[in-house]
Ligand binder design. Sequence first.
Ligand code: 9WN
Length: 437
Amino acid sequence: MTSARPAPTGLASGARRVLTDNWTGSSTVPAPGLYPHQWSWDSAFIAIGSRHISPRRAQRELETLFAAQWGDGRIPHIVFNPAVPPAAYFPGPGFWRSSTAGAAAGAPRGVETSGIVQPPVHALASLLVHRADPRSSARHGFLARAYPRLAAWHRYLTGARDLGGGGLVAVVHPWEPGMDNSPCWDAPLARVEPAPPGTFRRADLDHGAASDRPTDLDYGRYVRLAADYRDGGYADGGAGAAFIVEDPGVNALLIASEHALAEIAALVGADASVHRDRAARLTAALVDRLWDPAAGLFLCRDVLGGGPIRELSAAGLLPLLVPGLPHGIAAALVRTARGAHFGLGHQTRLVPSYDLLGPAFDAARYWRGPAWFNVNWLLERGLRQHGESASADALRAAALETAVASGFAEYVDPYTGEARGTRGFSWTAALALDLAV
Ligand code: 9WN
């Protein structure tokens, strides 16, 4: 149960306004201008919040995304809106060319998408959306339609994407874990030859301050990796891949979603045990491959480089969300969150995306230090799940205050809460609304 403390004035009305302004009629853009299409994990977080405004709209949000699923089961990280001018976002549909370049992987023909993925929060979001209004959900057959989509999505991730061969999902691009320029990617990315600067144009800098965004060198490498993946027909497991990483955040979200999928399976009359068994296997592999007792944190693993990446990222705290995580590990994660590297409850207003003491820490630059609301929402849930209700209550209060005071910013300075990135950001509004009710 959440604490009874009232939400700050203006929270609910402000959050609703952001979500209404950013709704296109079939999905919600993360923010107008900077992100004018539909993003995968954004839509999952947005649905978790918009279910409190309209359960039907939240169902629609997810179903629009599911309609763009590929034949091999992948849910693409962007679904492009054909009404938006091609130059408004880079890389746009003309770069990814999904309907032709992705044909062998079963990309849909009627809609253009990217060819990479984002973290699998969708089954968790679908269950929460269903629970907001089970009668409407049943009347519209929401879970019955969602279940096979979600099952295929998880099969893709645990099958084709077990690139390390140890039972975990691997990502093949820094955009996939959703934490684009995390210092965790610096070492594996150093092996990637950047695309030459003059060969692409960064539309993001039309809307965001260069000091808050990834660098041009990062972008050169993002473009090279995405172009190579596209030119290989978006096939997984080819010999040419230059970036393969196992990320604890992605895997923790998959496990939480696998548990949700077991509940969905039971509700639609399918076999729930497949999903419970898979969640148990993934949890064992997560602990076995990514837990670092000395750091008190889960670390990313560089599959091609062959070892752990010794950078402390908030992604390594996200396994707190995993039901059934061994008690000693959950307790160690809470100690790490409260310690000097993340400052939960004393040094920081919200948990930073990266180690406060790390060599690459930058309080302003995207995923290299700023605090993000989705990460803090997930941690609030994880803390509560492990019985840490006082910490969860304090984090909830701080997130609500900061969301309103920052104008529902994309991310904030973790010490001061000062707004960074774009404002009127959909998942900030959605998750604040969810924490407030
Ligand atoms: C690339 C939409 C997305 C989020 C990501 C965030 C940012 C995109 C970008 O915006 O990434 O996918 O253009 O920088 O890092 O987590 O889903 O909000």
